[in-house]
Each structure stands twice: as C-alpha cells, then as structure tokens.
Design a binder for this molecule. Structure first.
Ligand SMILES: Nc1ncnc2c1ncn2[C@@H]1O[C@H](COP(=O)(O)OP(=O)(O)OP(=O)(O)O)[C@@H](O)[C@H]1O
Length: 690
C-alpha cells in the first residue's frame, strides 16, 4: 500500500486521459500512475493499491476488479475551468443540448453549470437512448463528442471535469507523500488559481457580465478572491471570501478595503506597493488563511487569493502540525526573555533592531545563556515570522550527516540515499530562519559549502546538478571562541566574517545575578508553583554559585527543588548538594567523597558542579573499561542509567571544565576524548572504602 503507485479508474477513455493528464501535472513526477477505463476494459484485478475512481457512478462497474489491499478514493470533481469561458461567448437565451453518457452525469453537470452561473444558456439533457430530443443546433459536452447527435451543427467541448484539489491531497496522504510533497503540489495548485484570478481580474475591467461568471467559476475551486484598485476600492469579492470573512449577504463591492477588512496587517500586506507578489499566513475571523497577493500593473489592480488552510488545503495544516511537533515553529518571543539586568536589556534592544534586517547574526554565549531563545525571538520579530524556524545543533549531529541535513541530496547521491532525494534544512527553511547552533563544531568542508550558500543564496544538493535558490536568514550561535579556532586553522576566517555581520554576546548568568530572583519566580510560575516560598538563605546560596550551565542549569535546579521541598517552602536542605548527590542521586552508591578531593579543583562556587564532574569522570572510566570511545553522546547515554541524567549539552560544559583542569583531553569534532593520567589519579583519590 505504501508504494508510490496510483491506479486511476474512469468510465470513458477521454475522462481517463484528462484525469491522468491533470494528475500527471500535479503529482506525475513522483507517482507512477496506471489507468483504466470501463469502456476500454479493465482486464485485471487490482491489488494493494491506492485506487482513485473518477466518479461514484462507476463504483459498481469496477467492483469486480478491486482485489485485496486496495484503498479506494472516489474523486470529487469540479467543472473544467480551463475551457469554460467558451460558454460565456454564447448569446443569452441560446438553446443547447448537454451531452454525456448517462442521465445522472448529464443532470449533475447541468446543475453544476447552473451553480457556476451558466444560466444564460438553456440546457437540455441528452444521453444515448434519450427518446425526445430537442431540435437545436448547439451541443455542449464534457468530452463525449461521439455521443453528440448528427443533427447538431456546432459542438462546444468543455472537456471532462477535473479532480478537486482536496481529492489530490487525499491521494497524496494515502500514498504517504503528504508531508514530503505537499509544498510542491500546493505551489502548482496556487499557480492554477493565480491564472484563474488573473483572468478574473482582466475580465473585471472588460465586461461585468463575464466577470460575474468567472467569479462563480472561481468559487468552484474553493478559494476566496479579492481584487482592489490602487486606491483600495473593491472590485471583486467572491462568495467563498464572503463566507471566509463572514460577509455573507453584505454588499462590499465598491467599498474601500479598509472599511471591510479589519485586520490592519492584512490590509497593509495586500496594498503593499513595493512588492509584486507575496504569500503570507493570516488568521482572519475564525479561519487560518494563506493569502497570495499580486499586482497587475497594467490594469492598476491588486488581486489576492485566500486559501482556507483549515478546510480546503488540509495538507498545509498537517504540515503545520508536523512543524510544531518538530519544534520548527519559533516558540519564543522577546517577551519570554526574562531579566532587567542592564547588559541583558541592551542586548535585547540590539537584537530587536537586528531582527528587522535580513542579515546573518552570530550569537555568542555560554551554554544555557539563551542563544536559542534569542534566535527564536529574532525570527518572531522579523518579517519572516510566518515562515518556518528550523534549528540544528551541530554538536548533536554526526559529522557524516551534517552535509546532507543542511543541503539535501539527490536520489542515488550515496548508498542509502532516499528514493527521490531529500530536501535539506536550507530548502525546508525557505522563506524563514535557520538557526545553526554550535557552529564552531562543523568541519572545514561543511564550512566551505555553507559559505557558498550564504554568499550566493543558492545551493546544489549533494549529487545534484540543479541550482536551487534559497531565501533563508541564518542565525548562528557558538559557545566557543571562534577567533581561537581560526588561529588553530579550524575555522575559516571568511566564514567568520560572513556570520559575524551582526554580533550579539549573551551575558553569563553569573554576571547578571541581579536577574536571578526574577528568573526563579518565572520558572516557578511556569511550573504552576507560585505558592512555594523560598527562604532568603537559599537565595543567598544560589547567588553564590557560578552557574556554568547558566539559565538552563538554574531552571533544572529550581525544578529539582520544587520537587523535593516540603510544606511549600524551599529550604537550605532542598538545595542540591553533596549529601543530596550521595544519598539521593547516587541511590545505592554509598561511597563517601573525601573533602580534600574538592579542594584540588578550582573553585566553582558550588558542590553541585563538583559532584557532577566526578560523576562524568566515573562514567568516562566506565565507558573506557568497556573498550568504547568517549563521546558526549555516549556519556549522556550512560548517565541515563545513573541517577544523574545529563543531556549532551550538560555533558559538554562539564567536559570543558574537566579539560580546563587537565582531567580529560578533548579532541575536536567527534573523534572522542580520553581521560588523562591526572584525571585517573584524581578519581582514585576521591573514594573511600573501595
Ligand atoms: N532570559 C531568559 N528568560 C527566561 N528563560 C530563559 C532565559 N534565558 C534562557 N532561558 C531558558 O533557559 C533554557 C536554555 O536556553 P537556550 O536553549 O536558549 O540556551 P542556549 O544558549 O541555546 O544553550 P546551548 O548552547 O546549550 O544550546 C531554555 O529553557 C530557555 O527558555
């Protein structure tokens, strides 16, 4: 069922061909379409396929050919709008036969043409075997030319009806391609709508009668259409838009857009003079809509199409949900950055200004200082806020995956490459922001490639030859000293300058202790524990700590203390300390820790840090004893079995400290680290009772 194959079953050959042509245009490049028509003969029993039926009318006829494991979809069809304007040229009052194969299809079509405003032609049903045939000289048929009686002199063939977009989305969904292909398909779909809208707008200026018809036709494709002149006077406002915006039955044509649409951002977006064509997501009234606007200079008209993201285009919604699920939506805004410290406020102010530019930003700050929080807020405050926000952390990504993750690849680029290739993060973040965390960790090879993308704003996928333009704002972050890396030849100077066009340094928590109380209150509020009091002594003690893990560590500590405190009061005993580590976190491990062991290490301001360092060293020794390589990932994994689980990020800064003390030797990249003699000696001194 998951194969990328679709079987189309239609009644006639002509319908089959039209539907296949339409589907090929939308999904033909990645779905193999097999098709049969009842009148040509189906000739085989279909099994394990997604099967699209052209109409419910053939359900019975094809039933015998549907084998096991099939998923049936009955197409919703809409009048073939590509050909329909031919009917507008027919003089009012003309009589015509509507010709098709069965009474049902004929009556259905006459009804839907009426709904589309084709009421100036008097249509008489005609199908093979019809007894009383009206003697008229014109026939209209959706592709059934051979059924037209000979007495008719002129035939207008409007072609078989097309498949509705929602059906195409359902097909993609059933083929498991929705997420991967929705963008491509929706772009093609939008283009069709744009073509229609253009015709509509041109027609408006030409003849009102025609525009009325086209307006109704456009309704048939489920999108709202708005056209305004340069002064904002509304010339087109179709029924779908009336429904979307809650204007049913009200007269809006001729009014000014500012009097009709209350969402000021939306009005500004539509009336923008400097932009020719643009897409944006809006919430209007109760609906999420994707608005596409373009201006037609010659006609002095601006046209906006409104796609109801919720109902008509299910796929956008699904994608959005997917994005939220993967954290691709920028979660934070500048309001979420807590603190009144002077340096922080200045940094925030600068970042807010920088957000409005399109330039690359480099954020430097220790682990846990809020780099991602700032990146997310910058995205939110930028004019890209409706686009995606994607984040990648290079320290967590294995070297060999970095390139394909960032730039994508073509099918067959390497062993194991996915069929059809894959979009990289740059392509996925198109129109939005890409947050490159721990940029200091990428190899020189990736740096070279990244530099090219930043300079040229286009990329080649791995193994690809097509140049793909990318419109992505990059915010990079590092907790390392890039200048030092440049000196060591590990970071390209040109890339550094490219990234550092705009620079933000985030202050360490130990340099903004004046914010600690506000942060603590904020985290307690976040946990819904505002009822808990903190003894003054506790605050004093926390303020004395160095917080190498910065705000993240503070947050974790608060969470811990909230969990262990009693009677809604956090007391000294609730601070994670040496006894806590031994008795609670180390569980059954009752080893004592000699006091002198601590004095050997530089002052970190707290025993939390010390004990955690010891634990990391112990884990390293355990991994070494197993003959495995030491990596942050592995240490983090092993730590999960201890009562002190650490994330890779937490491991990282503890490893930095261990290296500073000469207890471990870290190698760059993912080559692994090892414990030094000094580290081993240190570890051996701290146990008693072994
Ligand atoms: N000023 C702040 N106000 C409120 N919360 C903050 C603040 N700064 C950081 N945090 C919180 O601290 C945690 C760590 O922040 P974030 O992930 O942005 O840090 P980072 O610098 O990107 O860390 P790393 O370098 O380890 O990835 C998050 O939960 C974030 O919401």
């Amino acid at each position: 069922m998951r194969e990328r194959k679709l079987v189309v079953l239609a009644g006639s050959e002509e319908t089959r061909k039209t539907l296949v042509a339409q589907l090929s245009e939308f999904i033909g490049t990645f779905v193999q379409i097999e098709s049969y028509a009842v009148d040509e003969g189906i000739g085989r029993v279909i099994q394990n396929r997604v099967v699209l039926l052209s109409s419910y009318l053939i359900e019975e006829e094809v039933a015998a050919f549907i084998g096991k494991g099939c998923h049936l979809i009955t197409a919703k069809r809409i009048v073939n709008f590509h050909n329909i304007d031919q009917l507008f040229t027919v003089p009012k009052g003309t009589e015509a036969l509507y010709v098709n194969d069965f009474p049902e299809t004929v009556n259905e079509a006459i009804e839907s043409l009426k709904n589309l405003g084709i009421d100036h032609i008097k249509l008489y049903p005609y199908f093979p075997g019809k007894k009383m045939v009206k003697d008229v000289s014109l026939a209209i048929t959706p592709g059934e030319m051979e059924l037209v009686p000979n007495s008719v002199k002129e035939v207008i063939n409007i072609g078989p009806r097309l498949i509705d977009m929602t059906t195409i989305i359902t097909v993609l969904d059933k083929l498991g391609l929705l997420e991967e292909k929705q963008e491509e398909v929706s772009t093609r779909y939008i283009q069709t709508i744009i073509q229609l809208s253009r015709r509509l707008a041109v027609a408006t200026s030409e003849a009102n009668q025609v525009s009325e018809h086209l307006k109704k036709v456009v309704d048939g494709v489920h999108d709202g259409i708005l056209a305004v002149d340069r002064k904002g006077k509304i010339t087109v406002f179709n029924g779908i838009l009336e429904k979307l915006l809650g204007f049913e039955g009200k007269r809006v044509i001729g009014k000014n857009i500012t009097d009709v649409i209350s969402n000021k951002d939306l009005v500004t977006f539509i009336m923008a003079e400097d932009e020719k064509e643009a897409n944006r997501y809006f919430t209007v009234e109760y609906a999420d809509v994707i608005v596409h606007r373009f201006s037609m200079e010659a006609e002095g008209t601006i046209v906006a199409t409104f796609k109801n993201a919720v109902e008509t285009i299910e796929m956008e919604r699904k994608l959005r949900r997917e994005l939220v699920k993967r954290g691709h939506y920028a979660k934070y805004t500048f309001n979420d950055i807590i603190g009144h410290n002077k340096q922080l406020l200045e940094t925030k102010e600068i970042a807010e200004k920088l957000a409005k530019t399109q330039l690359t930003i480099l954020i430097q700050g220790e682990s846990g200082t809020g780099k991602e929080l700032f990146a997310s807020s910058i995205h939110h405050a930028s004019n890209r806020h409706n686009g995606p926000f994607l984040a990648v952390n290079f320290s967590a990504l294995p070297e060999e995956l970095v390139e394909s993750e960032l730039f994508g690849y073509e099918e067959g680029a390497f062993t194991g490459a996915k069929k059809g290739g894959r979009k990289g993060l740059f392509e996925q973040a198109n129109g939005g922001t890409l947050f490159l965390d721990e940029i200091g960790d990428i190899s020189l090879k990736v740096q070279a490639r990244l530099l090219r993308v930043l300079q040229e704003k286009e990329l080649l996928r791995i193994g690809g030859s097509e140049i793909i333009p990318v419109d992505v704002r990059v915010v990079a972050a590092t907790n390392r000293n890039l200048l030092e890396l440049i000196e060591k030849g590990e970071f390209r100077e040109d890339l550094y300058h490219r990234l550092k066009v705009l620079f933000i340094h985030l202050p360490e928590l130990r340099k903004r202790k004046d914010d600690m109380e506000a942060l603590i209150r904020y985290f307690m509020h976040q946990s819904g524990r505002m009822d808990v009091k903190i003894e003054a002594e506790v605050l004093d003690q926390l303020k004395r700590y160095h917080w190498y893990g910065n705000i993240r560590e503070l947050k974790n500590t608060i969470d811990y203390m909230l969990a262990v405190c009693e009677d809604h009061v956090i007391r000294i005993k609730d601070i994670p300390n040496e006894s806590f580590f031994q008795s609670k976190r180390f569980g059954t491990n009752e080893r004592g820790v000699k006091q002198h062991a601590y004095s050997e290490a530089p002052d970190t301001g707290s025993t939390i840090e010390e004990q955690e360092l010891i634990t990391v060293l112990q884990i390293i020794r355990e991994i070494e004893e197993k003959g495995l390589g030491i990596s942050r990932q592995r240490i983090s994994e092993f730590s999960r079995n201890s009562s002190l689980p650490l994330s890779e990020q937490q491991v990282r800064y503890r490893m930095d400290l261990l290296q500073e003390r000469g207890f471990v030797e870290k190698s760059r990249g993912r080559l692994g680290s090892k414990m030094t003699e000094k580290g081993r000696n240190f570890l051996s001194t701290i146990y008693t009772g072994e």
